[in-house]
Design a protein around this ligand. Structure first.
Ligand code: ATP
Ligand code: MG
Length: 296
């Protein structure tokens, strides 16, 4: 277990601001384990950031299309999706949809994206396709949130290459760390090769049930392994979070008084605070760099 924590620690480094300003921070929500709360986090973090008056783009990188549905777009074969842009070369701006949440836009996906995993293989720089698309739009937003599929496939790889940082949801249950070591290996490989700037945004404990000893034990273990890399915010198991997607609404618009809504608002605050800290550090470094240059 300790080696997992060590791997994680080496990966943690804040991505520095571009020119002293942090614009369009791209965060991939990834864990190849299924059903750990990736989509729930993508949808509700994105919506909570938007409610906090940040401009946000959610990109559904999963052929299951769950983020798309959860944000209020029922399945529709006629709709243009990420696939059209990624594989067929349609301008990304034409794919973007406005959602019911002011400040939150979406690049939808559907099952066609399964084909992309095969079709990307033949492309040049196949790992960079999503990054190229994100580069075109990222500066229109404060945050770009990528929901990844439950696999370490070419789509997840594209998301991790496009991202500044990765947020890893881990479910507070038995075998919580299963697969995390493999994910951290992949992140390290990506840092060595395709995306040296990839940071860890944080590890997020999800579906926490304070009534069970197991949940409490797993949460304590994860905190002792990963230390400060774990978000202070913990997402509780909350039935309202599970219900909201079938109404096509983020939790804030489904039940703002629920524990789930409270937790995702808290998470958004943490993400914004971390972002501001990074911007502050970047400005300080730029300042001291300028002073050194003047002195020299
Ligand atoms: P996949 O790997 O299939 O993409 P995922 O990691 O995106 O899954 P979600 O779809 O977010 O996981 O969550 C899995 C299921 O658990 C969903 O039915 C979701 O509504 C439910 N769920 C997620 N988070 C919570 C929570 N905190 N409390 C209760 N139910 C939750
Ligand atoms: Mg999902």
């Amino acid at each position: 277990m300790k080696h997992v924590a060590r791997k994680c620690a080496t990966l943690v480094e804040s991505t520095l601001c571009r020119g002293g300003r942090v614009l369009g921070r791209v965060i991939a929500i990834a864990n190849q384990k299924g059903g750990v709360g990736k989509t729930t986090t993508a949808v509700n973090l994105a919506a909570s950031l938007a409610v906090a008056e940040k401009t946000v783009l959610a990109i559904d990188c999963d052929p299951q299309g769950n983020t798309t549905v959860a944000l209020g777009f029922p399945k529709n074969p006629a709709r243009r999706t990420l696939y059209h842009s990624l594989i067929l070369g349609e301008p990304i701006q034409r794919i973007v949809l406005k959602t019911q949440v002011e400040g939150l836009e979406l690049i939808p996906s559907d099952k066609n994206l399964v084909g992309a995993t095969v079709e990307l293989v033949g492309k040049q720089n196949r790992e960079y396709c999503l990054r190229n698309l994100a580069t075109e739009v990222r500066n229109n937003y404060n945050f770009v949130i990528l929901d990844c599929p439950p696999a370490l496939d070419l789509l997840t790889l594209n998301a991790l290459v496009a991202a500044d940082a990765v947020l890893v949801p881990i479910q507070c249950e038995y075998l919580a760390l299963e697969g995390v070591s493999e994910l951290l290996d992949t992140l390290m490989r990506i840092r060595r090769t395709l995306n040296p700037d990839l940071a860890i945004e944080g590890i997020l404990l999800t579906m926490y049930d304070e009534r069970t000893t197991l949940s409490r034990q797993v949460a304590a273990d994860l905190r002792s392994f990963f230390g400060a890399q774990v978000f202070e915010t913990v997402i509780p198991r909350n039935v309202r979070l599970a219900e909201a997607p079938s109404h096509g609404k983020p939790i804030l618009f489904y039940d703002i008084h629920s524990k789930g809504a409270e937790a995702y608002i808290q998470l958004a605050k943490e993400v914004i605070t971390n972002d501001q800290k990074r911007a502050g550090e970047g400005a300080e470094r730029a300042d001291s760099g300028a002073r050194a240059a003047t002195a020299g």
